[in-house]
Design a protein around this ligand. Structure first.
Ligand code: SAH
Length: 362
């Protein structure tokens, strides 16, 4: 079966749901190795032997949402809330620019009040101004109005990451309080695409109640939405959240495997998109992000937030690198990436090739 699937890939025949089911159900380590190797081959063929960096600045953990899995949900009264001053966010971004990262991600807990929207707009403007428009900016600030998305786009952000979390409305509902709306989230993704953002999405992998069929549908939804970038990762427990009670049979090795399988399958199915090898993988394995690249990922998002704030941004427990500063990270990452025979695309935006093709066709 595996050979037949690989043969299809070589002949550029689309994988079916049954193929994906087979791949996602595999447990045998030598078979999994073959899967990762094939996905890596498809990665190098489509997006090259480069890994692009997005320095991520997690500038606030103040959040109006209450997602049942997330450590910075508003009901977690134990989280000490912080907001990094505007000027400091710009300074961190400029560090990325000076160190040739090529692009950054601005992420925070969710707010949509006027003060916040204005502030983000000013930050984007200022980063663009000070970097002579050379630093690429991705934002990951949740659900906003079309007007807000447009303003941030006009200010100079060109990529947006909004995870759908699950493509299944029932599973989505089981992970969120009642006032969080699946349809609205999906609609936001469509609005982002309409505005012209390179648009990314992703899901939580290995959440309680999730089946292989859900994961297949997640992959199919990426394809259906014609998404440019994927940022998905294994679910990790945070004990100050309601979902922790349901995650009693949590198993790190299984989470890691499922995360890597999903990256590999996404690469085989979507080929020329950007796929992040997320930090959550590294929380499960010291070489988690390298494994993610070897399974088909081509983007790494090193944390460049000042160390003093990192402990406050705990979406999940055991978040790695919370005591390492950005310079240490840079060195460590370069070494890690080169150790697997890849190069870092320093100074480049590393835009999604899929986006270029999609917009040229349109
Ligand atoms: N509010 C923003 C940013 C949220 S944090 C937004 O909605 O986009 C970014 C991502 O972290 C979320 O989309 C979620 O998929 C992930 N995340 C949150 N809690 C997590 C957990 N316990 N384990 C793994 N990933 C988690």
């Amino acid at each position: 079966m595996l050979d037949t699937i690989f043969d299809k890939i070589d002949k550029d025949i689309d994988l079916t749901r049954e193929d994906l089911k087979f791949l996602l159900s595999m447990e045998d380590d030598s078979q999994l190795d073959q899967l990762y190797r094939k996905a890596y081959e498809v990665k190098t063929r489509n997006v090259g032997k480069l890994v692009y960096l997005r320095g991520i600045i997690e500038f606030s953990n103040i959040c109006v949402k209450d997602c049942l899995y997330c450590g910075i949900r508003k009901s977690n009264t134990k989280a000490q809330r912080f907001m990094i001053p505007e000027e400091d966010v710009v300074t961190m971004a400029m560090w990325a620019y000076e160190n040739d990262y090529g692009s950054i991600v601005l992420q925070s807990g969710e707010r949509s009040d006027r003060e916040f929207v204005d502030m983000v707009e000013r930050i984007i403007h200022e980063i663009k101004r000070r970097s002579n428009s050379k630093l690429g900016i991705t934002i990951c600030l949740g659900e906003q109005s079309e007007e807000t998305y447009q303003r941030w786009f006009n200010a100079g952000a060109h990529r947006y990451l909004l995870r759908i979390e699950s493509s299944n409305p029932d599973l989505y509902r089981s992970l969120h309080p009642e006032d969080h709306d699946f349809e609205q989230r999906l609609n936001c993704i469509k609005i982002l695409q309409k505005i012209g953002y390179q648009t990314g999405t992703g899901v939580l992998i290995g959440v309680p109640g999730q089946t292989i069929d859900h994961l297949i549908n997640d992959l199919m939804l990426y394809k259906e939405l014609d998404i440019d970038m994927i940022g998905m990762g294994p679910y990790l427990v945070h004990h100050e959240t309601p979902l922790a009670e349901k995650a009693v049979d949590f198993n790190e090795e299984r989470q890691l495997k499922q995360g890597l399988k999903m990256i590999a399958c996404a690469r085989l199915l979507l080929k020329d998109v950007n796929i992040a090898s997320t930090t959550a993988l590294q929380a499960l394995h010291p070489q988690g992000r390298e494994l993610g690249v070897m399974a088909g990922g081509n983007v790494i998002m090193p944390n460049i937030t000042d160390v003093e704030y990192r402990k406050g941004y705990q979406l999940y427990e055991n978040k790695p690198c919370t005591d390492e500063n950005a310079s240490q990270c840079r060195f460590c990452l370069q070494h890690r990436v080169e150790s697997i025979g890849e190069k870092i695309g320093y100074g480049q935006w590393g835009d999604s090739i899929h986006y270029a093709r999609r917009t040229k066709q349109a």
